[in-house]
Write a protein that binds this ligand. Structure first.
Ligand code: C5P
Length: 223
């Protein structure tokens, strides 16, 4: 596979902006291997919770990172809100971030046979993990819209919460992700900023695909 035909897409943005749904859809359209990197941080948090550790305990977080394996990324409990908050607490530790960096880069350079490339979604993919990626997308939406979407998702899973609780939790998580010293949530200079407030999924996918096509005009597409 030569460099121009090997697709690398990064998708970053705050919680609930629609990164995961967009990345999954782009992965399908362009035949890409997809890694939701939030799952790595969530899996560390879940391991700590299961062994009764405090999320603020850096040493315990590092021990949990060393025990991670790919089976840990498919646990349905990873999606719980408490795990999301725990993930954002352990994500401030530089040692945890650097321990997870190799896994992410290794994923990006080893697509499965038959795939056209890779897509990774997270917070620091375009800036830190794959700064050389030619195609970077930064997805945003107003906090209210993000909280509303998350509430809908939870209701579909029959998990009870309220708009106010989710909004509060999201703002707390955003602040932690944006203010941390290492790899704060920020768009890369060459990222395409996609504000999804007021857009439906089809509009979002259309705009993002237009951008991807401008960078990889030769890409084969499944519709
Ligand atoms: O994307 P998701 O909500 O699953 O991520 C959970 C938490 O993991 C985020 O709030 C963030 O603190 C952390 N994270 C990160 N860097 C990434 C992906 C996730 O710091 N690349």
């Amino acid at each position: 596979m030569d460099k121009t035909s090997f697709i690398i897409i990064t998708v970053d943005g705050p919680a609930g902006a629609g990164k995961g749904t967009l990345a999954a859809r782009l992965a399908q359209i362009y035949s890409l291997d997809f890694l939701d990197t939030g799952l790595l941080y969530r899996a560390v948090a879940l391991k700590m919770l299961e062994s009764g550790e405090d999320f603020n305990d850096k040493e315990a977080a590092l021990r949990a990172v060393l025990l991670l394996n790919s089976d840990d990324l498919i646990n349905p409990s990873l999606r719980n809100e408490a795990i999301g908050s725990g993930a954002s607490i352990i994500a401030v530790f530089p040692e945890v971030r650097s321990a997870l960096l190799a896994f992410q880069r290794n994923f990006a350079s080893n697509p499965s046979p038959g795939k056209q490339g890779v897509i990774l979604d997270g917070r620091d993919i375009g800036l830190v993990i794959l700064p050389e990626a030619p195609c970077k997308i930064f997805v945003t939406a107003s906090p209210e819209v993000r909280a509303e979407r998350r509430l809908k998702e939870l209701h579909q899973k029959k998990i009870y919460s309220t708009f106010e609780l989710i909004l509060e939790d999201m703002e707390e998580r955003d602040t932690r992700d944006r203010m941390r010293k290492i790899s704060p949530l920020r768009p890369a200079k060459d990222a395409f900023i996609l504000d999804t407030t007021g857009l439906n999924l089809q509009d979002v996918v259309e705009k993002a695909s237009f951008f991807v096509d401008s960078i990889y005009p030769q890409a084969h597409k499944n519709q």
